[in-house]
Design a protein around this ligand. Structure first.
Ligand SMILES: NC(=O)c1ccc[n+]([C@@H]2O[C@H](COP(=O)([O-])OP(=O)(O)OC[C@H]3O[C@@H](n4cnc5c(N)ncnc54)[C@H](O)[C@@H]3O)[C@@H](O)[C@H]2O)c1
Length: 380
């Protein structure tokens, strides 16, 4: 059945397996029982969550049971170190003990770790079970829950085992972000701001105009801007589901150097959005060197990221380590990096012929002056 068009619909993602709604609202977890039924009524729901999100997972369970849908919860321990095949096996065992069937549903309630792992379980258990997402971090709402990429880590690297597996719906309740630590929230704003920088000048201006309301999660203003920003990623995924057409790559603005910073610091010093924020400053510097972006726009981006509590440069890190990490990035093809740059605010382009000098200048630009970083309290 086609899902009812709720007024808080951010987008419908069109995928090869069918299309699905992304709802972004305030306090809408309570309606999950009613909303799920517009899509299909699973005989049983298996909620996978983590131990820091138990309050929200219980609310989902209560709402489903109020709609006469039995719901069971499996809590994994919080944190990236648990996004692995060992945890997956515990979940498989739980599902087998409970005699889960192919028509039952797996529901992820949590951040990107839970969403990626639960999605991987859903894609593989019984050769695939219906899956849905209730993301509870801003990063997961903005990014991880949209696009159907599900995966777990191996000791050799992050997200090495996975699949493209689309959910039946994504329900983002902005109210759940009220319990999220401030640093995690800021990290999510980096991805949201990125959507404005790459494709939507007006969205960016709204981020600039309403800083206080957005950061304090004003129910109307914050919910609306999250909805608008989510729609940008959803529309890109709808155009290029499998990352084959060169459109989805635009979402990687800031990610080449961002990933390298995460990897060079062994994923221990920066949250993903923080590293992307620094990476976006480096990409803006390259865009300026290439004659695509005005110095005033680089400054505009820097001010905005700082205002949202994000780092714009990195302290004690070696250029050589970052260059080394960039070389082994899986998105590098035959030694050529396909850079995502800004040709003006709101207009991302790709370029695989960036001179090495410009890259070195960009690294200097973000590696210098750690004093401001200390002011933000995010130094390494
Ligand atoms: N599939 C994709 O396309 C995609 C995209 C980006 C990132 N990711 C993955 O997402 C993961 C990172 O996601 P994340 O940043 O959400 O991290 P996370 O899932 O580890 O959540 C961050 C922390 O916040 C806690 N938390 C979650 N929601 C909360 C809430 N409402 N209140 C209080 N605490 C809460 C979690 O327990 C955890 O401790 C990584 O594994 C990354 O690889 C996937």
């Amino acid at each position: 059945m086609k899902a009812k068009e709720y007024s808080d619909l951010a987008a419908r993602v069109r995928a090869s397996s069918g299309d699905h709604p992304i709802w972004v609202g305030w306090g809408i977890i309570e309606e999950i029982g009613e909303r799920i039924k517009y899509i299909f009524t699973p005989p049983t729901v298996y909620v996978i969550s983590d131990d820091r999100v138990s309050e929200h997972a219980r609310m989902v369970q209560v709402a489903l049971e109020a709609a006469s849908i039995p719901a069971h919860i499996f809590m994994i321990p919080s944190g990236e170190s648990n996004k692995n095949l060992e945890t997956v096996q515990h979940v498989y065992k739980w599902l087998a003990d409970r005699k889960a069937e192919r028509g039952h549903m797996i529901l992820a309630v949590g951040g990107g770790v839970v969403g990626d792992l639960a999605g991987f379980v859903a894609a593989t258990y019984l050769r695939g079970m219906p899956f849905a997402q209730v993301p509870t971090t801003l990063l997961a709402m903005m990014d991880a829950a949209i696009g159907g990429k599900v995966a777990v880590d191996l000791p050799q690297g992050k997200n090495l085992v996975g699949a493209f597996y689309q959910p039946r719906f994504v329900l983002s309740d902005v109210k759940t972000l009220g319990t999220l630590p401030a640093r995690e929230l800021a990290s999510g704003w980096a991805e949201a701001i990125k959507h404005g920088l790459i494709l939507d000048k007006e969205l960016l201006a709204t981020f600039e105009k309403n800083i206080r309301e957005i950061k304090s999660l004003d129910p109307e203003i914050a919910t609306q801007i999250i909805r608008d920003s989510v729609a940008i990623k959803a529309n890109i995924v709808s155009q290029d589901e499998r990352e084959t057409l060169g459109i989805r790559i635009l979402l990687n603005y800031g990610h080449t150097i961002g990933h390298a910073i995460e990897s060079a610091t062994q994923y221990t010093q920066y949250l993903h959005g923080e590293a992307v924020s620094i990476g976006m400053m480096a990409a803006a510097s390259i865009s300026k060197s290439m004659g695509l972006l005005e110095a005033s726009d680089v400054e505009r981006q820097r001010t905005l990221l700082s205002n949202y509590g994000l780092p714009i440069n990195v302290g004690a890190l070696d250029t050589a380590d970052i260059l080394e990490a960039m070389k082994s990035d899986k998105k590098t093809s035959r030694g050529q990096i396909n850079w995502v740059l800004l040709d003006g605010i709101g207009n991302a382009v790709t370029n695989n012929r960036v001179p090495d000098d410009y890259v070195m200048e960009a690294l200097d630009f973000v590696l210098k002056d750690s004093s401001e970083e200390d002011e933000l309290g995010i130094g390494c």
